[in-house]
Design a binder for this molecule. Structure first.
Ligand SMILES: Cc1cc2nc3c(=O)[nH]c(=O)nc-3n(C[C@H](O)[C@H](O)[C@H](O)COP(=O)(O)OP(=O)(O)OC[C@H]3O[C@@H](n4cnc5c(N)ncnc54)[C@H](O)[C@@H]3O)c2cc1C
Ligand SMILES: NC(=O)c1ccc[n+]([C@@H]2O[C@H](COP(=O)([O-])OP(=O)(O)OC[C@H]3O[C@@H](n4cnc5c(N)ncnc54)[C@H](O)[C@@H]3O)[C@@H](O)[C@H]2O)c1
Length: 470
């Protein structure tokens, strides 16, 4: 081991941590530590980006059914899995490799390949090396939660998580998905859209459980038209039946069910990457399930140690990790003028089919918190572009404070939901009221955002706040 190297800043994790080190840090001596041979973290390599690149081809896969209602005869002949996969990862892998190469050639950033472990508040060990740093940013992200059921070791190679399912050689003809959250919902669309027979098994009786219940119910109803949905079932075993066929056994109230599959996707949530860090050696506090505790300025309990993204955030979302990274950038550069991350109106979108997008409180939360509200749901079917779509079942649901007319929550299920929600996020963030938002601007006629405009106008027509006890 050579002399201990000292850095102005050490960043652990090459996802959002890597983007934090921009040109403003050109005169900082920076260490960037990554344990994965693949550079760039979850979003680009195995998260947001490749999933959405698969969602678009899957949208084409389901379009024949949609076209038929409009009198157009399209036929789904098939999807070339290998070509789609190679196109996607041909692009992504090059970005990841290019990012690493660029960093390694940079004058002020030293890339360490290995797992970082704290040996003191400002010292880290990476393999045989030990470094010190005045400032440390922990951006170690999260990983898929593993399933613990008997037999899994014997079926390795056929049981996947979101980390590896997108790179399989052949698209499984029959896929069983365990878990009905974001990842389950998106992959159910991807694989069924591309032609697989999908079964989704969920432990509880509701998919997308953190969403507004009316939205979650509608999502469930529509997904059930495309995949075999099995609720209130828990997994008891996954076994090899021979000839490469898996049999997945579940239990519901003491009754056993069996499903045959070529592959299983486990999508039962994520765990934070904090235990390998040996945080005790630094005295860094964690909460439940290893979530690193931070304040609004992204500071951990140890001076000069910060955390961002999945390892510390209440939101496992890339736009939140990015916002938290911007906070740390600013606070490192302006220690006398620190800023806080704005977590007031964090939106999310589920890129399934149908799409779901949300910001702010659900109706269930408002009821639980005893906050008075008015609610209005506007159907796509009742605005002009909804006629063009021949839409039947999608809607925009808004919740607002009676009197002040500030939006409390917005929930959309249907085509373009992730895009339609943006003016509502903007209104909430900047404190615009429902009347101002509805009538203080033009809404292009007859574009789809008229469904948002009409939802706002509909809210203003609601005479009575919803009863809290409803
Ligand atoms: C399938 C999927 C789809 C998703 N889709 C979306 C989406 O559509 N929209 C959205 O907003 N979010 C989405 N997300 C979530 C999003 O990907 C994450 O919130 C985001 O990538 C988190 O970034 P991060 O920087 O915190 O962590 P990561 O990007 O995971 O980076 C952490 C890095 O730290 C490294 N590391 C961990 N421990 C150590 C250690 N001890 N030493 C050295 N290195 C270490 C890891 O190898 C990793 O490279 C998705 C996630 C998944 C899994
Ligand atoms: N579009 C997006 O923004 C996007 C997409 C994918 C992932 N993500 C992020 O990644 C996170 C993880 O996604 P996820 O879908 O894995 O988690 P999730 O928390 O959304 O859903 C997990 C699901 O697994 C079920 N479950 C949990 N434990 C189980 C068990 N032991 N057996 C059977 N079922 C079990 C839960 O009931 C739930 O339905 C999300 O919370 C989200 O923040 C975001």
């Amino acid at each position: 081991m050579g002399a201990m190297q000292h850095f102005d800043l050490a960043v652990i994790g090459s996802g959002s941590g890597n983007s934090l080190i921009d040109e403003r840090f050109a005169d900082w001596n920076v260490a960037l530590i990554e344990r994965d041979p693949v550079f760039g973290g979850t979003c680009i390599n195995r998260g947001c980006i490749p999933t959405k690149m698969f969602v678009v081809p899957a949208d084409f896969g389901v379009s024949p059914a949609e076209a038929e209602r409009l009198g157009v005869d399209l036929r789904f002949v098939g999807a070339d899995w290998a070509a789609i996969r190679d196109r996607i990862f041909g692009r992504i892998d090059a970005i990841s490799a290019g990012g690493l190469d660029w960093r390694e050639r940079s004058d002020n950033v030293t890339v360490f390949h290995g797992e970082a472990t704290f040996t003191g508040p400002h010292t880290l060990r990476i393999g045989e090396e030990e470094i010190t740093a005045d400032q440390i940013v922990i951006a170690t992200g999260s990983r898929p939660r593993r399933l613990e059921v008997p037999g899994l070791e014997d079926v390795a190679g056929k049981v996947f998580t979101s980390d590896d399912i997108m790179r399989v050689d052949e698209r499984p003809q029959r896929l069983v998905i365990i878990g009905g959250g974001y990842i389950g919902a998106e992959f159910a669309h991807i694989f069924s859209g591309l032609g697989s027979d999908v079964t989704m098994i969920n432990r509880s009786d509701v998919l997308l459980r953190h969403h507004d219940r009316e939205i979650a119910d509608q999502f469930q109803k529509q997904l059930a038209g495309r995949v075999r949905l099995r609720l209130n079932q828990s997994l008891s075993a996954v076994e090899n039946e021979g000839d490469g066929v898996l049999v997945v056994t579940t239990d519901r109230n003491g009754v056993e069910y069996e499903y045959f599959a070529d592959a299983v996707l486990v999508a039962i949530g994520r765990e934070r990457n904090s235990e390998a860090l040996n945080l005790e050696a630094a005295g860094i506090d964690t909460g439940e399930h290893g979530q690193i505790r931070v304040d609004a300025q992204q500071r951990t309990s140890v001076e000069g140690v910060w955390a961002i993204g999945d390892v510390s955030s209440d939101y496992l979302l890339k736009h939140v990790a990015n916002a938290e990274a911007r906070t740390v950038q600013h606070n490192l550069l302006h220690p006398d003028d620190m800023v806080e991350t704005d977590h007031r109106y964090v939106p999310n979108a589920v890129f399934s089919n149908p799409q779901v997008a949300a910001v702010g409180a659900t109706e269930e939360q408002l009821r639980e918190w005893g906050i008075p509200y008015v609610a209005y749901s506007q159907r796509y079917a009742d605005v002009a572009y909804g006629w063009a779509l021949e839409d039947e079942s999608h809607f925009v649901k808004l919740l607002a404070a009676p009197g002040s007319w500030h939006l409390l929550g917005a929930h959309i299920i249907g085509p373009q939901a992730s895009t339609l929600i943006q003016p509502l996020i903007q209104a909430m963030s900047f404190g615009q009221t429902v009347p101002d938002l509805a009538r203080g601007q033009y809404w292009i006629h007859p574009a789809l955002p008229e469904v948002v405009e009409n939802a706002l106008l509909g809210l203003l027509e609601v005479k009575q706040p919803a009863e809290l006890s409803r």
